[in-house]
Design a protein around this ligand. Structure first.
Ligand SMILES: [Fe+2]
Length: 191
């Protein structure tokens, strides 16, 4: 095992910059021990707060790559919809389900599956998740028995030939957003 890992120094960061080079360091981490943080009053926080291990870039506020974990946690906030919001950004996101149900996709995103949303590609919860979160009685709600991960990087991702041509694909993935109705009308206030 790497000395810095075994001694606890720089742990649990598997990436380390030495001069202009990026070193990869072996790291073993029991994800079941990761303690997430979250909102305690309103609004759903940006998923980047669930970062387990970051690799900083030379640009303040933008990581080369973050390793992010979504695991069991309490979803308690007021005046907001608990699933992740619809967005696009400069980060490319590779997300995978390890076990349980991912909170942004109630159907289809089964354990073992991964999705890639490349930079500036809009995405968000599927229609079923959006509608049920919009119409449920808000209150203490706990995500249980779930674990998904995400690698989030500022670099655009290219598929390998295997991933593009041979790996099993979910052909109807994009259909999860097809029935979404535009509800934003630009006026301030609670809807
Ligand atoms: Fe995202």
């Amino acid at each position: 095992m790497d000395r810095a890992v075994s001694s606890g120094r720089n742990w649990p960061f598997p990436f380390r910059r030495r001069g202009t080079a990026l070193e990869l360091r072996p790291c073993k981490y029991d994800l079941r021990t990761y303690c997430p943080v979250g909102a305690i009053l309103s609004d759903y926080p940006d998923p980047s707060i669930f970062t387990v291990s970051p690799a900083a870039s030379g640009v303040e506020g933008i990581a080369n790559i973050d390793f992010v974990l979504f695991r069991d946690c309490w979803m308690v906030a007021e005046d907001t919809s608990p699933p992740p919001w619809y967005h696009k950004n400069v980060m490319s996101e590779l997300t995978g389900n390890i076990h349980g149900v991912y909170d942004a996709k109630s159907k289809g995103f089964i354990p073992g599956r991964m999705s890639l949303h490349n930079m500036m590609l809009p995405h968000g919860p599927d229609k079923t998740t959006f509608e049920s979160a919009s119409n449920t009685e808000l209150g203490p709600d706990k995500l249980d028995n779930t674990m998904s991960f995400m690698f989030e990087t500022r670099f655009p991702q290219h598929l390998t030939a295997f991933a593009a041509n041979e790996a099993p694909m979910q052909d109807d993935y994009i259909d999860c957003w097809s029935d979404l109705v535009k509800k934003f009308d630009g006026t301030p206030g609670k809807k």
